[in-house]
Design a protein around this ligand. Structure first.
Ligand code: ADP
Length: 162
């Protein structure tokens, strides 16, 4: 049996406990999970690709079947090149659904064998995203229950000297 590999793509700007929740759930289903930082999104990220990868690496240190990588170009091409059978996405609320459905169907059109798996985080993370965390830090809000300590430290440093 070939290894079951899943790609978890996203901006991760920065990684939050919501992302980590999804990574842990995915790692219970797949032999290997690759967290993949997308390089070519229309958004201008706060953190460089290397910074985002480093923060993810630290966050997954204790998860032996999870690794981190980055990619550009089409997700299905990247996933295929990694020998992956599935793409993981998190679904927080109905508001995520329309966009995620569109992406999943486009990816299926591009590669009918690529399966998108949606996972729901613990409800305590269902309102959380990276933008809210950045906004909170900007106004001195406490983000310790949303991101790991090393990510909070990186956020504080970035705000001090952008
Ligand atoms: P993207 O720009 O691709 O949406 P994100 O880093 O914002 O990148 O999100 C990557 C994936 O993680 C998406 O599937 C998103 O729905 C999911 N996600 C983000 N935050 C959470 C959270 N708090 N709980 C569960 N899933 C999340």
């Amino acid at each position: 049996m070939p290894k079951k590999i899943a790609i978890y793509p996203g901006s991760f700007d920065p990684i939050t406990y919501g992302h980590i929740d999804i990574i842990k759930r995915a790692s219970m289903l797949f032999d290997e999970v690759v967290v993949a930082v997308a390089r070519n999104l229309g958004k201008t990220p706060l953190f460089s690709e290397a910074e985002r990868v480093a923060m993810i690496r630290e966050a997954i240190r204790e998860l032996p079947t999870v690794s981190v990588d980055s990619f550009q170009g089409l997700l299905v091409d990247y996933a295929r090149s990694m020998g992956a059978q599935a793409v993981i996405r998190g679904l927080r609320a109905v508001s995520d659904f329309e966009y995620e459905l569109q992406m999943a169907l486009v990816n299926r059109k591009l590669d009918e064998h690529m399966i998108t798996v949606f996972l729901m985080p613990h409800e305590k993370y269902s309102y959380l995203n990276s933008s809210i965390v950045k906004e909170l830090v900007r106004f001195n809000g406490d983000v310790s229950s949303f991101v790991p300590p090393h990510v909070e430290e990186n956020l504080l440093q970035k705000m001090r000297k952008p």
